[in-house]
Design a protein around this ligand. Structure first.
Ligand SMILES: [Zn+2]
Length: 173
């Protein structure tokens, strides 16, 4: 029993769902198969597919490795599509997570060196609020050293700009 909890890192989640139950219309719940989607699994789809945050960065925001993020994301997508295609109910609950809605993310503009802060659940800005430059970087301050992440790196799943993976690693300052 306890072994299941070993190596489970608590995921940081910055947005909780507005509704936690979805079911096909006019089918009694007792006749439905119910799929449990955990809060942190939902968070992976939210960050990657709704906000289009690239996976290295999304993993950082949740405080987990890229591989763990990827695994959670695959599980989450599988569950959602299974429910939609096969007419199952989805219950969103549970998981190992901490709510980090107060968590702030810092950005730096390469052009004018303006630095600013945003709540990490607001998505990434597309340009510098001061000079309008699109050459902006996220500054990670999670104790693993400062990381600069290229703004134009995209989630490999949507097929764009996936080749710049080597640039998305950490650059110690
Ligand atoms: Zn600027």
């Amino acid at each position: 029993m306890c072994n299941l909890m070993v190596n489970r890192v608590k995921r940081r989640v910055s947005c909780l769902p507005k509704a936690t139950y979805y079911k096909p219309r006019e089918v009694p719940l007792c006749d439905l198969e119910i799929i449990n989607l955990s809060i942190e699994e939902l968070e992976t789809i939210r960050l990657c597919d709704l906000l289009h945050i690239e996976q290295n960065e999304a993993a950082d925001m949740m405080g987990i490795s890229r591989k763990t993020f990827w695994n959670d994301l695959q599980k989450a997508r599988q569950k959602v599509v299974d429910a939609l295609v096969n007419g199952k109910a989805i219950e969103i609950s549970g998981g190992e997570y901490v709510n980090s809605s107060e968590c702030k993310v810092e950005f730096l503009c390469k052009a004018c060196e303006h630095e600013w802060e945003l709540q990490c659940n607001t998505g990434r800005p597309s340009s510098c609020p001061k000079c309008g430059s699109e050459g902006i970087y996220r500054i990670g301050g999670d104790g693993r050293g400062k990381r600069f992440i290229e703004n134009d790196y995209r989630c490999p799943k949507n097929g764009r700009k996936a080749a710049v993976n080597n640039k998305a690693g950490s650059v110690k300052k």
